[in-house]
Design a protein around this ligand. Structure first.
Ligand SMILES: C[S@@+](CC[C@H](N)C(=O)[O-])C[C@H]1O[C@@H](n2cnc3c(N)ncnc32)[C@H](O)[C@@H]1O
Length: 254
């Protein structure tokens, strides 16, 4: 991906969300959104993307960070340079950045991306992301548990989504992911480093992924964010340069 394509995407993202909001207002919303996500997770049972401010904050701050994070993780994992034949499936796609980062990881023409998310705003925003990055893709408003999966083999990413599923749905998803990997798919799961968020299930998943030939990692990066996104994070009292995740990875069987 060229630096100019990345810059153009960030510019379009900021222009869209700052049309009716100031950076200061988005900073305040980012603070609230971060508290909801990290400190008061029960609030997620309501609507985490409630209101323009929180949507802008999520798309601008977390969207950009998750894009950079997925891109860097795929590099470090030395993920294959060619996609699975069925393209990319982004589960709980939010603004579509994880699928987009993976599509841009490959040599040659990026594969098609299918995003799915329960939230209508997220689905709409994901379409913007794919279009602004010049990618082929679409997004469906559906629950992961009710998704009609496209034909594989697939590159499947679930970035910061599995922790939002019920225990039952997460269990079913795990079984399906292993099945897809055995059929030639590639699977990448990302979750926050904060242990309490995934405490109930992470170790089991990691053991199962490793047994299937995969790996579990923790990443800590120091990556530069676009200037205004950095400023936004600072304004919300965050440390924008600290970027990390725990991941599970299943590469295609050679
Ligand atoms: C923390 S956000 C992550 C979004 C995106 N993957 C990213 O990395 O920026 C979690 C997303 O999962 C979606 N989500 C939560 N439960 C879901 C479900 N059961 N089915 C589909 N999407 C779901 C939410 O609407 C939200 O967009």
């Amino acid at each position: 991906m060229s630096a100019s394509a990345y810059d153009a995407w960030v510019e379009a993202l900021l222009a869209r969300h700052l049309k009716e909001l100031t950076l200061r207002e988005v900073g305040r919303a980012l603070k609230q959104l971060t508290q909801d996500y990290v400190q008061q997770r029960d609030r997620l049972k309501g609507d985490a993307f409630e209101g323009r401010g929180k949507r802008a904050a999520f798309a601008m701050y977390y969207g950009t960070r998750h894009f950079l994070l997925v891109r860097e993780v795929l590099r470090r994992l030395q993920a294959p340079a060619t996609p699975a034949a069925g393209g990319i499936l982004d589960l709980g796609c939010g603004t579509g950045v994880a699928g987009a980062a993976w599509a841009l990881h490959f040599d040659g023409k990026p594969p098609n991306i299918l995003g799915c998310d329960v939230h209508p705003w997220a689905v709409d925003e994901a379409r913007h992301t794919f279009r602004d990055l010049g990618l082929r893709g679409g997004a469906l408003r559906t629950d992961v548990a009710r998704l009609r999966w496209p034909k594989g083999p697939l590159c499947i990413v679930a970035a910061f989504t599995a922790n939002e599923l019920s225990d039952v749905d997460r269990g079913k998803l795990r079984a399906r992911l292993l099945q897809e990997a055995a059929a030639g798919g590639q699977v990448l799961i990302l979750e926050p480093l904060a242990r309490p968020i995934t405490k109930a299930w992470w170790d089991d998943w990691a053991a199962v992924f490793k047994k299937a030939g995969g790996r579990a990692d923790e990443w800590h990066f120091d990556l530069p964010l676009p200037e205004r996104i950095h400023v936004l994070g600072k304004a919300a009292g965050l440390n924008p340069r600290e970027l990390g995740a725990r991941t599970l990875w299943l590469a295609p069987k050679s």
